[in-house]
Design a protein around this ligand. Structure first.
Ligand SMILES: Nc1nc2c(c(=O)[nH]1)N[C@@H](CN(C=O)c1ccc(C(=O)N[C@@H](CCC(=O)O)C(=O)O)cc1)CN2
Length: 283
């Protein structure tokens, strides 16, 4: 058996095309959409992601506002950039690219984002709405994962899902999203202190690997026919490495590769969050 590829790159291109139409419809009604980013430091990965986000904006017709600060930026300087975007009427939604350089208080920065402009769903108020199962902007990677599974008809309702990694941007938020009544999956959240990881992945219909450990998930850890989504990012000899070993494709029913799977969906969901917020405000 060879797994069907959950092609996030092609799916994200379709989503952008749909969003472009919606942005044009908003413009016809006199509503403009602008996405802001705050990038601090010179991490090559973060820089590349932010550049891709602005390239996506240009394709879809969303205005982009980029605030790049040096690695030496102080907490006050970062918070000032956030305050400026809060006050900028051209910026209808924005993100602070994570992680921030060591020494900066990430949580304090995120708390200063105007919740009405939270394009990433990472403000405590947005996360609280997720916990309470209320509508609000959703973190982009979990939202992209659910969208990708739905578009490829991977059954979610009643599925056993094992998520590896408990970070806020992926694992923890995904667990909350998948256990909502609209998805109704059963989620096991694994982490560094999990005693027998393979026992949890082997019983899963869907495995989402977001640990940042190269080749952590191998074929013998996967139930035949399961969906396996690779969200892990690490660098090995300067090259991007995911959490899922190549041999998993011989066992799994579906695989979201890395690159080309969840990453492009994350970017597409960011644009979707901004457009959805603009549409809601214009109603
Ligand atoms: N503020 C945020 N920071 C971070 C988030 C986030 O959702 N919000 N998630 C990750 C990084 N991320 C988004 O910013 C992200 C990851 C991957 C991709 C992507 O398109 N990857 C490509 C490969 C790109 C490459 O070659 O390096 C792919 O998978 O095909 C986009 C965005 C952490 N920070």
């Amino acid at each position: 058996m060879t797994a069907q590829i959950l092609d996030g790159k092609a799916t994200a291109a379709e989503i952008r095309s749909d969003l472009k139409t919606r942005v044009e419809a908003l413009r016809d009604r006199g509503v403009s959409v602008g996405l802001g980013t705050v990038l601090v430091g010179d991490d090559p990965g973060s820089n590349a992601y932010v550049t891709m986000k602005h390239r996506d904006c240009a394709e879809v017709g969303i205005q982009s506002i980029r605030r790049d600060l040096p690695a030496t930026a102080t907490q006050d300087e970062v918070e000032r950039a956030v305050a400026e975007l809060n006050a900028d009427p051209a910026c209808t939604g924005y993100i602070v690219q994570l992680p921030l350089p060591k020494g900066l208080d990430e949580q304090r920065v995120l708390e200063r984002i105007d919740p009405a402009k939270d394009a990433d769903g990472l403000h405590p108020m947005s996360l609280g709405r997720l916990v309470l199962m209320q509508p609000g902007p959703l973190p982009c990677t979990p939202k992209g994962i659910v969208d990708l599974l739905r578009r490829f008809d991977v059954p979610i309702k009643g599925a056993e899902v094992t998520v590896v990694g408990r970070g806020i941007t992926v694992g923890r938020a995904l667990g909350l999203l998948l256990t909502r009544r609209s998805e109704n999956a059963t989620v096991t959240l694994c982490h560094t202190a999990t005693r027998d990881l393979a026992a949890h992945t082997r019983q899963a219909d869907i495995v989402v690997a977001a640990a940042g450990v190269p080749d952590l998930i191998t074929a013998d850890m996967v139930k035949p026919g399961a969906a396996v989504l690779d969200v892990g990012v690490s660098r090995v000899d300067g090259k991007l490495a995911g959490d899922v070993a190549a041999d998993v494709r011989e066992v799994a029913g579906w695989v979201a590769p890395n690159p080309g799977g969840v990453g492009p969906m994350t970017r597409a969901m960011l644009l979707a969050n901004v457009v959805e917020a603009a549409e809601a405000a214009a109603r």
